[in-house]
Ligand binder design. Structure first.
Ligand code: RB5
Length: 148
């Protein structure tokens, strides 16, 4: 059974729970780290929780959410080994995996997306890394960690 870790701040409770429900429906084991209420929390803390859990191993990918998806994706990308995409639509969501080998995907609970973010999540889940020249680029991207 593939596993996924999910975490969110107070700005994306409803969307996070929709993502969890969809992932479970698709057969994933979901480690949902919350939060489940609109009490204010800090998105870097939620990104850190999800990414450190992911780095323990055994997860196919992670999903992080905040009001815009911006703060939590920036935070996730500060953690070594994490490539968190914040897609605009299903095309970008699929490409995040095909070309960027993104191991996290972020969404904004307060964003009016051009399509249902669940469809974007689905496009990401359906896609796989294409390797080849993208392997070199992902390698270069990761080599930037701690280098400047
Ligand atoms: C919280 O109010 C909000 O700043 C957060 O959810 C997110 O949108 C930050 O990028």
């Amino acid at each position: 059974m593939p596993s996924v870790v999910v975490a969110n701040d107070h700005g994306a409770v409803e969307l996070a729970q929709r993502c969890v429900g969809y992932l479970e429906k698709m057969g994933y084991t979901v480690n949902y780290l919350g939060v489940t209420t609109t009490d204010s929390v800090d998105y870097p803390d939620m990104a850190q929780k999800a990414c450190l859990e992911y780095k323990k191993g055994g997860y196919e990918f992670g999903v992080v959410l905040c009001g815009t998806g911006i703060g939590i994706s920036i935070s996730a990308n500060k953690i070594d080994g994490i490539r968190c995409a914040l897609p605009q639509n299903s095309y970008a969501a699929a490409m995040a995996r095909k070309h960027n080998d993104a191991n996290f995907i972020a969404f904004g609970g307060r964003i009016d997306y051009p399509e249902d973010p669940i469809d974007m999540l689905d496009a990401y889940m359906e896609a796989s890394f294409e390797g080849d020249r993208h392997l070199r680029r992902v390698g270069k991207m990761m080599a930037l960690e701690g280098s400047c």
